[in-house]
Design a protein around this ligand. Sequence first.
Ligand SMILES: *[C@@H]1O[C@H](CO)[C@@H](O)[C@H](O)[C@H]1NC(C)=O
Ligand SMILES: *[C@@H]1O[C@H](CO)[C@@H](O)[C@H](O)[C@H]1NC(C)=O
Ligand SMILES: *[C@@H]1O[C@H](CO)[C@@H](O)[C@H](O)[C@H]1NC(C)=O
Length: 326
Amino acid sequence: IVSLWEYVAGWASHFSPVSYFLCSGQHLITAVADHLFGLKTTSWELGRFRSVIELDSPSVTAEQVAAIEQSVNEKIRDRLPVNVQELSLDDPEVEQVRGRGLPGDHAGPIRVVTIKGIDSNMCCGTHVSNLSDLQVIKILGTEKGKKNKTNLLFLAGNRVLKWMERSHGTEKALTAMLKCGAEDHVEAVKKLQNTTKLLQKNNLNLLRDLAVHIAHSLRNSPDWGGVVVLHRKEGDSEFMNIIANEIGSEETLLFLTVGDEKGAGLFLLAGPAEAVETVGPRVAEILEGKGAGKNGRFQGKATKMSRRAEAQVLLQDYVSTQSAEE
Ligand SMILES: *[C@@H]1O[C@H](CO)[C@@H](O)[C@H](O)[C@H]1NC(C)=O
Ligand SMILES: *[C@@H]1O[C@H](CO)[C@@H](O)[C@H](O)[C@H]1NC(C)=O
Ligand SMILES: *[C@@H]1O[C@H](CO)[C@@H](O)[C@H](O)[C@H]1NC(C)=O
């Protein structure tokens, strides 16, 4: 009848009640997976929410998972007793335990944990005294593990209830946000993702077209030949580069910014190479950002868009000094 052996060193008694539920849960699943399908447990991790058992197999089928879950819950309903026995080191039975992996230098009493009628040789911490204490085990599913291993995710006891409570909360929130029942949540999110993708694509096309138009109107600006400034909240690096490319100015200093007027954003300077090289780093400094560039382009990130006017004054001063020198 006594078919399961384990040794557990003295520290095991310090396990919290929470982990001892999980230990027994792990123990039971390990034993059943081995018994039904010869799936050996190679390691496990008892987590705060869900726990994981690593099985020594590249795959575990859904049918196997269902059979394991059914069997462990049957044993819980059968209220199988769990016995814990302490053996001293000179007990002849210790030899059997030693054969199952007791470290040679182990000292102190040895704990032997037995679940009636279940065979396993894995070991763990403290256990429940009766499998009925486990209440229920839910196997959530499998995930690909390390090389040729499969991880089995499970919940035991009270955590099943906690998980359900949490899942229900999430489901309720999603139902309110997506305005459809739980069975349609995934489809609704897919639809939203599709819509977002389409909108992003349209937005990008519009920004591109807009950039071309802006470039043409800037060419007719009264500031042409001096410093031309443009800020637009919506936009990105590509938007600014399209404008700069369209203008292709050698004689005008172009100062473009996108992003939050009072917060962070991006900037781009374009124009005569020497001018851009000189003022670029200073503009980056004023905007409390960073940038880099070459060949008449300097661009970067800014954290203080609110100081744009200061940067503009710097550029205008630079241009007027240059023209005075000429
Ligand atoms: C296990 O616990 C249940 C519920 O407390 C009890 O009815 C049953 O007799 C126990 N079984 C054994 C073998 O101790
Ligand atoms: C995984 O299993 C396959 C098939 O049994 C074997 O060929 C392969 O060498 C194994 N890989 C590792 C990393 O053990
Ligand atoms: C989302 O887009 C994909 C690919 O275009 C399409 O196959 C799928 O049916 C769409 N899904 C929904 C829910 O609109």
